[in-house]
Design a protein. Structure first.
Length: 202
């Protein structure tokens, strides 16, 4: 009887492991599905994934910046950040519901990692995904206001003003002096020839 129960438990455990692996693969292909799943609601409810997170630290003063990364190789550190602790949370530019949790609805600015507790590696991925989502039109963003000075775009400046009237010229006289025939000064020509005498071809 004990052997039968042990075999049944092992089979159930293997089945659960296979099902978990299939679920993880599905979320890798479509990471935004996880935020709509019952598993996510049971774990986080309506709160953000970083809500209530507190990093363990020595002393009464918390560190001024988060760790570089929570996962080194195949080893995960103790008390990982809100993203690294849940393998089903994948940062992707189409995972809009996740990205919105890290953006202030009032200012549109990305939350500082010291507030969310996200490690620097995941924070870099978040910034890249948010910028990509904004470029693709998946996330709204506000263009900074630019105060255009009227002086910069007026036509009163000499550079953009009216063209001066043409001078009184004879039909054979050029508009500008440098358009006509220019005779060089013989003395200056001789000076230049002396300087470049070794390079001139005779």
């Amino acid at each position: 009887l004990f052997t039968h129960q042990f075999g049944s438990s092992a089979a159930c455990w293997q089945e659960a492991e296979v099902q978990a692996a299939q679920t993880a693969d599905r979320y890798k292909q479509r990471p935004w599905d996880y935020l709509d799943s019952e598993e996510y609601v049971e774990r986080y409810g309506s709160s953000a994934v970083w809500a209530g997170y507190r990093r363990n630290h020595k002393g009464g003063i918390p560190p001024q910046k988060t760790r570089k990364t929570c996962i080194r190789g195949d080893k995960i550190c103790g008390n990982p950040c809100p993203i690294c602790r849940d393998p089903n949370i994948i940062v992707h530019h189409q995972n809009v519901k996740l990205l919105q949790q890290f953006i202030s609805p009032h200012t549109g600015m990305v939350y500082d990692p010291t507030l969310t507790g996200v490690c620097m590696k995941q924070q870099k991925k978040l910034n890249e995904a948010i910028n990509k989502a904004r470029d693709d039109g998946l996330l709204p963003f506000q263009i900074p206001h630019v105060d255009f000075s009227g002086e910069d775009y007026s036509n009163t400046h000499d550079a953009v003003g009216l063209t001066s009237p043409p001078p009184l010229l004879s039909p054979s006289e050029p508009w500008y002096k440098w358009y006509g025939e220019i005779s060089p000064d013989d003395k200056k020509v001789d000076q230049v020839k002396k300087i470049y005498k070794a390079y001139l071809k005779h």
